[in-house]
Design a binder for this molecule. Structure first.
Ligand code: ZN
Length: 212
């Protein structure tokens, strides 16, 4: 992997209005846009990553990918306890998954598809390579919940959602819930409950220019 630039002392403000990050619901187009590799990590990004953990804990999520909060970057955060002050806060930058082994079905949900859960079949074990926040390389064989979370979040970074990976039966079971999210979406944007697509496009451009 190409090493990251780490201009730690760069506190230059991001060219955007800093606001609390909000998890974007399906079918926001940001969720379908593949993320780009980071080439640097700076002090402002550390603040953004803290905000990602906060946004994740609001709904006791265990993983959150950057494009779920409108950031076009290949990074995800995880805490298998889903609660601040408990468990370990993990950050994976430019993650790569390889060496899939076995397969396993387990229930998944997603902060971008609130209230929907379904069985998803995935490899049981994978190898995960990434950078951590210190620019160090992380190499790990993972299984169990972390393997599940890592694969779910990696899918997000490629614009893929767990509802894309369902058996016909499982897809049928949550079809109404998916349709409801789709039909509420426009109203919620109109009411200002969700950042508009233009707002997110501006944020994406600012982050890409600075980090990719
Ligand atoms: Zn998700």
């Amino acid at each position: 992997m190409k090493p990251l630039d780490l201009p730690w002392r760069d506190h230059a403000k991001l060219p955007m209005e800093q606001q609390a990050l909000q998890v974007l619901p399906y079918p926001h187009p940001a969720l379908r846009r593949p993320c780009k590799p980071l080439r640097r990590v700076d002090a402002e990004l550390l603040t953004v990553i803290e905000q990602m953990f906060e946004a994740m804990y609001v709904t006791r999520g265990v993983g959150l990918a950057a494009n779920q909060v409108g950031l076009p970057l290949r990074l995800f955060v995880a805490n298998l306890e889903g609660e601040a002050g408990k468990g370990e806060e993990l950050v994976f930058i430019n993650p790569v998954i390889s060496r899939p082994k076995g397969n396993e079905e387990a229930e998944e949900g997603c902060l971008s598809l609130p209230g929907l859960y379904a069985q998803v079949r995935r490899p049981a074990k994978v190898h995960l390579s990434a950078f951590n926040l210190n620019g160090g390389e992380v190499e790990a064989d993972v299984e169990g919940l972390l393997a599940r979370v890592a694969q779910h979040e990696m899918d997000h970074l490629d614009g893929v959602l767990f509802i894309d990976r369902l058996s016909e039966g499982a897809a049928l079971d949550i079809r109404d819930g998916v349709a409801e999210l789709e039909s509420n979406y426009a109203q919620r944007i109109e009411r200002g409950e969700i950042p508009s697509e233009e707002q997110i496009a501006q944020q994406q451009a600012a982050f890409e220019e600075r980090y990719c």
